[in-house]
Design a protein around this ligand. Structure first.
Ligand SMILES: C[S@@+](CC[C@H](N)C(=O)[O-])C[C@H]1O[C@@H](n2cnc3c(N)ncnc32)[C@H](O)[C@@H]1O
Length: 376
């Protein structure tokens, strides 16, 4: 198959057209304001958690090690607290002077935090995702216990075994809906271009199946083989009972941090690898990207979504379930930005890269994007 830029452009052209209406009820200013208020509420909650440990009393200064010790922070979260401190310092809530000595110029309290939540709640709850702030808030109220491992983050994600918060994060969520619509359209176009052959798709980190469900329905009229995988066997078991009736679907545990061959996968065996919000969890992103590149057949596609900034709300919730990043791309941050993802993709060839929503789009400030590229 000879491919050129013209063909790539034809496949990706306007794939976001049907997704755009999802944000008709919101202006860019409202989205920016929702993000700013959420960020302020979370940052003040992080500071509040540190103050609760008795840190920064009477304008004391502390070294980072003292913060860890006084907070009785589990060693597995040292990296996370380091990120908090950098964020808090950037926001002016902590002061580092002289180098290595932290102080808190302006204290916060529950009342201030409640005001930021009030500013964030209206737009988030009514216009973006019904229980999203309830989920983040429930985490920010338990930060000391999360840091000390007295509470497991999964118990806050599935309170009383309920899936409400999962729904708000991945299903009833404006941004997830926008991205999933774009993914479905793109995959339909690729499938349409692949006529006469079975389209082989591998989904990694498929988790709750929020993206899987949409994609399987969108590709119902095409001949596909779909391998649903996740590192967590519980997700794979759950997916089996949900998606088993779809033609051509298979299920397996797959860990993107480990060798693909020892996990039963074969190089060059997929036309599309799909990953919705997964690569950020890799211990070493470039290493995992090499694995993905190996799995894709020549001319195949890597389609993935990722946060493109280090969101404070993630550092106060989902990051408690992340493995500490060990790659050289994340020494100064735990999440890659748009430029870093694009630079990484360019290491696999100079072909065009799809990036949505584009920077001018009103949803761009939400800081989660779709990337797609063909691999050789
Ligand atoms: C943010 S969730 C993505 C949700 C998923 N795409 C969905 O629609 O529900 C991240 C997913 O990546 C999975 N994951 C985390 N580390 C992984 C790894 N090393 N290899 C494969 N999957 C991983 C998690 O189990 C989780 O299901």
């Amino acid at each position: 198959m000879t491919w050129d830029k013209e063909k790539f452009d034809r496949i990706v052209e306007g794939i976001d057209a049907s997704a755009d209406s999802i944000a008709d009820h919101l202006s860019r200013e409202e989205i920016e304001s929702a993000m700013t208020n959420l960020d302020s509420a979370v940052l003040h909650s992080m500071l509040h958690a540190l103050l609760k440990f008795g840190l920064f009393d009477k304008d004391e200064k502390h070294a980072f090690e003292a913060v860890l010790e006084k907070g009785k922070i589990s060693p597995k979260f040292n990296w996370l607290v380091q990120r908090w401190i950098i964020k808090l310092t950037e926001a002016g809530l902590l002061l580092e002077s002289p180098e290595g000595h932290l102080s808190c110029p302006k204290k916060t309290n529950g009342e201030i935090i409640a005001q930021f939540w009030a500013g964030a709640d209206d737009i988030w709850t009514n216009k973006i995702s019904p229980e999203f702030t309830a989920y983040v808030r429930s985490n920010t109220e338990k930060l000391p216990e999360l840091l000390g491992e007295q509470i497991h983050p999964l118990s806050l994600l599935f309170p009383d075994g309920r899936y409400n918060f999962i729904r708000s994060l991945y299903f009833d969520n404006l941004m997830a809906n926008y991205l999933n619509r774009c993914i479905c359209k793109l995959l339909q176009r690729i499938a349409g271009d692949h006529k006469g052959k079975v389209l082989r798709i591998l989904e990694i980190g498929a988790g709750t199946g929020a993206t899987t469900e949409k994609v399987l329905k969108a590709l119902e009229s095409f001949e596909i083989q779909y391998l649903f995988t996740d590192v967590a066997s519980a997700f794979v078991t759950r997916a089996k009972s949900r998606f088993d009736t779809f033609h051509g679907i298979h299920f397996s545990v797959f860990n993107i941090d480990e060798d693909l061959r020892t996990q039963g996968l074969t190089p060059n065996s997929f036309d599309i690898v799909l990953a919705a919000g997964v690569l950020e969890n890799a211990r070493d992103i470039p290493e995992s990207m090499n694995r993905v590149a190996e799995l894709i057949c020549p001319g195949g596609w890597f389609v993935f979504t990722e946060p493109t900034k280090e969101h404070s709300w993630i550092l106060a919730s989902q990051a408690f379930m992340m493995t500490e990043p060990t790659d050289s791309l994340r020494t100064e941050t735990s999440y890659l930005d748009r430029e870093a993802w694009i630079n990484l993709l360019k290491e696999y060839g100079d072909e065009s890269i799809l990036f949505l929503p584009d920077l001018k789009h009103k949803l761009s400030p939400m800081g989660v994007h779709l990337f797609a590229k063909r691999f050789h």
